[in-house]
Design a binder for this molecule. Structure first.
Ligand code: S3P
Length: 430
């Protein structure tokens, strides 16, 4: 555990390249492991979460060469090449590792157990267990099949038609990955579109996949081709710098090389509802994903807005930093339809309500979101990160706009997605 003290900044200036995308890093290692041959993943994210995936695939018998410079070479063994792990697989804090790998393991004819840290062991797993069981997977878990550890004996899957009750890229990807091993064509339909990196990568690998609006169809049994992929910077990490530049006077920041896949950038739509613009420059495509640089300047006249459930899947991880930005908007910003945030690495609705309250903000907690009154004069305070990386980073940004100094109790959790965040932020603000 490490605590920090941050004071107000005079302006953020310069350029920054956020760390590589976490979602793409996870998927690249998993998919390369079940591809037929050698794949290269450039600009892999060395943070706790994707490293959990790297270690998990190694424990399933995959050789991964690691240059230590962000480039990894994965020696894929094909769909049927994984082997039974000799120990429990530890997914750490990573819901993506646990939920996606459970799809792959359900298709493989051996026994495995997945566990994680105290946060991951309280996160809902029935959402993946139920469809995997419908497919014929033998999978059980703690507390009447709700929580990890999960025990899986895979093999013999059949295709299903699955309508997802909540929009979740983790659940969708889990069932798609299981679908690669099933007999027949699995159809997955989501209520709203969540991030589609798994779909893009599988299509690029020659997988049998069809997308029709909110439905994805995956047919089993087809071998996947290896690939050479460069991971763009993570939009979810970029969002902290975008918000900081908008909130803090005298700021002009170029956030470079950022993935701007539209299933990830609902935060930009929320910003435009609040009257805040950023400039998207030099749009390009890198390894099949849209990428750009984002020029952000101090916003004048941020206004309150109503942000509803339609935007939530495409800004699911940006909820905490959007709450911080809302403190500087004129009027009451209402963020609703965000009930999923209660079951993230922490209960993010509660964590934000408590932290903002401690900084003197008039905030009202709802079951599915928050109402935040602005503009508020943020007061330096003592904040609990709840060991949640995005809560710690959001309040670090808030501290730069606060009067006095802010103490955040545990910032070691930022290493889950963004090692070096605090010193980078302080450096830009200096
Ligand atoms: C992720 C999907 C989202 C997101 C998480 C990463 C992914 O979770 O919150 O940080 O890589 O698929 P849900 O699918 O549970 O909403």
């Amino acid at each position: 555990m490490s605590a920090i003290d941050i004071r107000a900044a005079k302006g953020l200036r310069g350029e920054v390249i956020p760390p590589p995308d976490k979602s793409i890093s996870h998927r690249a290692v998993m998919l390369a492991s079940i591809a037929d041959g050698r794949s290269i993943v450039r600009n892999f994210l060395y943070a706790h979460d994707p490293v959990s995936t790297l270690n998990a695939m190694r424990s399933l018998g995959i050789n991964i060469d690691d240059s230590g410079k962000g480039e990894i070479v994965v020696h894929g063994k094909g769909l049927r090449g994984l082997s039974e792990p000799s120990d429990v697989i530890d997914c750490g804090n990573s819901g993506t590792t646990m939920r996606l790998i459970s799809g792959i393991l359900s298709g493989n004819p051996f026994f495995s157990v997945l566990t994680g840290d105290s946060s991951l062991r309280t996160r809902p797993m029935a959402r993946v267990i139920e469809p995997l069981r419908q497919m014929g997977g033998r999978i059980s878990a703690r507390q009447s099949d709700r929580y990890a550890p999960l025990a899986i004996t895979g093999g013999g899957l059949r295709a299903i038609d699955f309508s997802m009750p909540v929009a979740s890229a983790q659940v969708k990807s889990c069932v798609m990955l299981a679908g690669l091993y099933a007999e027949g064509t699995t159809t997955i339909t989501e209520p709203l579109k969540s991030r589609d990196h798994t779909e893009s990568m599988l299509a690029a690998m020659g997988g049998s996949i069809k997308i029709d609006g909110l439905s994805v169809k995956v047919s089993g049994g087809r071998e996947l081709a290896p690939f050479d992929l460069a991971v763009p910077a993570d939009f979810s990490s970029a969002a902290f710098f975008i918000a900081a530049a908008l909130m803090i006077k005298n700021s002009e920041l170029l956030v470079r090389n950022v993935g701007i896949n539209p299933t990830r950038t609902g935060f930009l739509d929320a910003l435009s509802k609040m009257g805040a613009g950023v400039e998207i420059v030099d749009r390009r495509i890198i390894s099949g994903e849209p990428v750009a640089d984002i020029l952000c300047r101090t916003a004048s006249g941020l206004k309150a807005a109503v942000i509803g459930k339609e935007l939530m899947p495409s800004m699911i991880d940006e909820f905490p930093i959007l709450c911080i930005l809302a403190t500087q908007a004129d009027g009451v910003t209402e963020i609703r339809g965000a009930g999923e945030l209660r079951v993230k690495e922490s209960d993010r609705i509660k964590a934000m309500a408590e932290g903002l309250g401690a900084m003197g903000v008039d905030v009202q907690e709802h079951e599915d979101g928050l109402s935040i009154k602005g503009p508020a004069l943020l007061k330096g305070s003592s904040i609990k990160s709840c060991a949640d990386h995005r809560i710690a980073m959001s309040f670090a940004v808030a501290s730069l706009a606060a009067e006095g100094s802010t103490y955040i109790d545990d910032t070691s959790c930022v290493d889950i997605s963004f090692p070096g965040f605090i010193s980078l932020l302080k450096g830009l603000a200096a």
